[in-house]
Design a protein around this ligand. Structure first.
Ligand SMILES: Nc1nc2c(ncn2[C@@H]2O[C@@H]3COP(=O)(O)O[C@H]3[C@H]2O)c(=O)[nH]1
Length: 873
């Protein structure tokens, strides 16, 4: 049939004939291509027939009387008369598979037109799917299957199959987002690009972080034996190594060009069957080549075109966006994971610090897990001997956890990788230890363990190198940049934990020292057995001896020194009885309290005794106003309220930065007095509260604390104001705990200042010792360059009576007057204070007169001298 021309005279008959043939042709296509579309409308058929004829050189005249001419003089077949194998005439005459195939092969534009106008997109896509399926499933040469069976994701194929593309893309993205495994994504990309370019298969390679090595990762070929696993990036090796090096897409058009000198190793053992290759480097967001996708077509296939190259480049562009997003995502995930890990480390290390060794073991264990190392070691720096040492050395067995190496490993601080890191402060990531000249093989020789990769980092405390932590042998591959970064953060925590552990060790040691000091102290501060036996042997005061004790006017100075302790026991017994108290404990407690008062002029045992006595007097008048625990607390508190007083005020303790002021921020000395009270109660055979229930014990201690703190004169004014308000408004209620406790606080002040209520000669004597203490503090302040207040300035001793007037009027009388309103039996204290006030007033007035006289005298003398000091004549 070659070269046959068909001539038509044209006319309606010819047109009708062609139209009928078009219907046949259409039917043919429907049958062959399983096209589920509707048959053509007749108008379309007409147009198609006309188009068919005209496209192929026939002149078709319209049927409406005007001449429709179908000219057969045109030879059709892509403009060349000698290449066509089948004409429309042939087709029309003898329509069968072969003729149509031949016809369509020679006239692709006709099928193109038909598909574009009459076939739906879905149908075209399903044709494509079917076509690829059949191609991929075809086994060529009987040995290599080019379709990766079981491949989990074939996005392009899935995409082409999907009815709703939008939903499919969402699914695909979700899928992608869930994948943080870059290799899997690259495989997917390679698979997609392979499908898109109709490649017969692909190989995927990844470049190491240092951009030096390219490693084979996977292939679409099921049984792919690779001979070029790992290659240096650069020319002279494989095609992928070369593509990674020159960072350009390389297209090989024929097998012969594969073994170029730039890439003599080609792509691998399949070279012989490969005809065309397209190697595309994959760049990441930092423009670094992360891998290479190598697409290939086998013999018999058309080589890759520039169009394929563009498709691959487009895929690579999208991959870049995708990887950037994945990179960010995985960075965030990694950071979160690291944060969680570090939080766990911190909790674990800080929650349960027992010793430095425990911390070290924990650190090593965490570090190993962090970078997936086989072993870990921590060498501490001995700055004295300039050595690195490890008491706990990771031998790989878990035995070291419970039984650290008895023998310490020690070596000079500049030996080996650890030494290099310790001296330079640099981090080292060594992929092959035996290739590194800094590596010290001795330890391997001793242990028989083979070191391969090493990650070694300095541990710093406050900027100075404290030690070196070493991770040995990454479980898979070598330590990465990410390992280094994570490990660097970890090293900071490590430093903190070790610093903490070091401090903890120090604290533990000083705690032990403190315990020893306490033992020594309590031995010396406790009453001796002799003192106890002696006191016990003394007869308890009785008869006339005790008549005056409950009187407010009773003077503590009127009894012998050694009788005071006995009187304390007497008063205690008198107030509370001995049913609940052990007498021997009471003796010991009293004697030890006495011993713990310093020999300062005023705040000494005498003062403690007189305050306890004043409270005894008040309590004797109020036997049922307070609970037994309250009364007990008031009396004991008075006895202990100035324990270990150093003769200095709170203000002085703060100003002189005393360690006590560092412990307590307010009522410095009062807190210390209470603390001393508890210490004495805790000593052997001293706990006078032993018979109380633990609840009662806690309550008494709480009351004692409140009472002792109330002796801080700074708190008196608030307490007095509250109590006065209740009293003035007749609201004071004995049943109210708050009212009672405020009253107790004011009672403590009243007892503390009781010297101001005593007969004049006792008051004068006491004030003398009070001021002796004040002046001694003033002297010390002056030595420290501080000007003391007038009351503490011995050069202003003449102001004392005036100062006493102010003290009694401003503090003592308001206190006693208020107390007397609530506890009328305490009225003698008011009287005593008033009496002393008048004495001090007299002295102050006399002083004033003397001063006035002196001033007058001096003025008189001044008048007798001229301005130059010379006597006027
Ligand atoms: N000026 C003056 N101060 C006193 C007198 N009696 C006690 N004090 C002060 O009042 C304080 C009460 O609390 P402290 O016992 O700690 O210390 C006491 C002394 O500093 C006194 O008679 N005159």
């Amino acid at each position: 049939m070659n070269g046959i021309h068909k001539s038509h005279d044209g006319g309606p008959a010819a047109f009708m004939f062609v139209k009928s043939q078009v219907i046949k042709f259409e039917k043919f296509l429907i049958e062959r291509m399983h096209e589920p579309c509707k048959p053509m409308p007749s108008s379309t058929r007409k147009t198609t027939a006309a188009a068919l004829l005209s496209t192929n050189g026939f002149n078709v005249q319209p049927a409406n009387g005007r001449r429709r001419h179908v000219s057969a003089s045109k030879v059709w077949a892509n403009g060349t008369s000698n290449r066509h194998t089948c004409t429309l005439g042939d087709l029309i005459n003898d329509i069968n598979n072969d003729t149509v195939i031949n016809f369509l092969q020679d006239n692709p534009s006709l099928l193109d037109q038909y598909i574009q106008n009459y076939v739906s997109e879905e149908t075209v896509e399903s044709w494509l799917v079917n076509k690829r399926k059949s191609r991929n499933n075809r086994i060529r040469n009987g040995d290599i299957i080019y379709n990766r069976e079981g491949s989990p994701h074939r996005p392009v194929i899935e995409y082409s199959k999907a009815k709703d593309k939008r939903i499919h893309i969402q699914k695909l993205l979700k899928n992608v987002h869930e994948k943080t495994n870059q290799v899997k994504l690259l495989e997917e990309l390679a698979s997609s690009v392979s499908t898109a370019t109709a490649a017969d298969g692909y190989n995927l390679y990844l470049v190491t972080e240092d951009s030096r090595i390219i490693n084979f990762v996977s292939s679409s070929a099921k049984e792919h034996s690779v001979t070029t696993c790992s290659q240096p990036v650069g020319p002279g090796h494989t095609l992928s190594a070369y593509a990674a090096w020159c960072r350009k897409c390389i297209r090989i058009q024929n097998a012969a060009s594969l073994a170029d000198r730039k890439h003599p190793l080609g792509i691998d053992h399949m070279n012989g069957q490969i005809h065309s290759v397209l190697a595309q480097p994959i760049l990441d967001s930092d423009d670094r080549v992360t891998g290479v996708v190598e697409l290939y077509r086998r013999e018999g296939r058309a080589p890759f075109t520039e169009m394929d190259e563009q498709v691959v480049a487009a895929f690579n562009g999208w991959a870049l966006v995708l990887f950037r997003s994945i990179q960010l995502q995985s960075d965030v995930a990694r950071q979160r994971k690291l944060n969680e890990f570090l939080l766990a480390v911190t909790k674990n290390i800080f929650q349960d610090i027992v010793s430095m060794d425990t911390v070290i073991m924990k650190i090593m264990d965490f570090a190993k897990r962090l970078v997936k190392a086989d072993r870990a070691s921590l060498f501490l720096l001995d700055t004295v001997t300039k050595e690195l040492y490890a008491r706990i050395f990771d031998t790989g067995s878990s035995a070291h956890e419970s039984n650290p190496c008895a023998k310490e490993i020690r070596f000079p601080m500049d030996v080996g990788v650890a030494g290099f890191v310790a001296t330079t402060g640099e981090t080292l990531n060594i992929t092959d230890a035996y290739q590194d000249e800094r590596f010290n093989r001795d330890v391997d020789l001793k242990t028989g363990y083979k070191t391969k990769s090493l990650l070694c980092m300095p541990i710093r405390i406050r900027g100075s190198i404290f030690g070196v932590v070493q991770m040995v042998n990454k479980l898979q591959g070598t330590f990465t940049k990410t390992d280094e970064e994570s490990f660097e953060t970890f090293a900071v925590y490590c430093g903190l934990a070790l610093h903490h552990a070091k401090l903890y060790d120090k604290i533990r040691k000083s705690e032990q020292k403190y315990k020893v000091a306490l033992e020594v102290l309590s031995y010396h501060n406790q009453c001796s057995e002799e003192e106890y036996i002696k006191l016990k042997s003394l007869p308890m005061p009785c008869g006339r001896q005790v008549e005056d004790i409950p009187k407010f006017t009773f003077s503590p100075w009127s009894i012998e020194e050694e009788q005071k302790s006995l009187h304390v026991v007497y008063m205690f017994k008198d107030l509370f009885g001995l049913e609940k108290f052990d007498l021997s404990r009471l003796y010991r407690f009293t004697l030890t309290v006495k011993k713990n008062y310093r020999k300062v002029p005023y705040h000494n045992w005498d003062h403690a005794f007189s305050v306890a006595h004043a409270m005894y007097c008040i309590l004797k008048t109020q036997e049922h106003s307070f609970t037994q625990l309250e009364s007990l607390a008031l009396f004991v508190a008075c006895l202990c309220h100035d324990l270990d007083h150093r003769g200095k005020t709170n203000a002085f303790m703060v100003k002189s930065a005393s360690p006590l002021a560092a412990i307590y921020t307010t009522s410095v000395m009062e807190h210390h007095h209470f603390n001393q009270t508890v210490s004495i109660l805790q000593q052997d055979n001293h706990n006078i509260l032993k018979e109380f229930t633990s609840e009662e014990y806690k309550t008494v201690l709480r009351y004692i604390k409140d009472c002792i703190l109330a002796t801080d004169l700074a708190l008196f004014f608030g307490n007095k104001a509250k109590l006065k308000e209740w009293q003035d408004s007749k609201e004071f209620n004995w049943k109210s705990i708050e009212h009672r406790h405020t009253l107790q606080a004011v009672m403590m002040t009243g007892a503390d200042l009781c010297a101001s209520t005593k007969p004049w000669h006792y008051q004068r004597e006491t004030v003398q010792v009070i001021f002796e203490e004040f002046y001694s503090q003033g002297d010390e302040e002056r030595d420290q360059g501080i000007t003391p207040i007038a009351m503490m300035d011995r050069t202003k001793a003449d102001q004392l009576p005036e100062s006493q007037v102010g003290f009694i009027v401003g503090i003592c009388l308001p206190c006693y007057e208020l107390l007397a309103q609530i506890i009328p039996a305490s009225k003698p204290m008011v009287d005593g204070a008033l009496s002393n006030l008048s004495k001090w007033q007299e002295l102050a007035d006399a002083n004033k007169k003397i001063k006035e006289k002196a001033t007058m005298e001096s003025n008189k003398n001044n008048r007798k001298v001229d301005k130059n000091g010379n006597l006027k004549l």
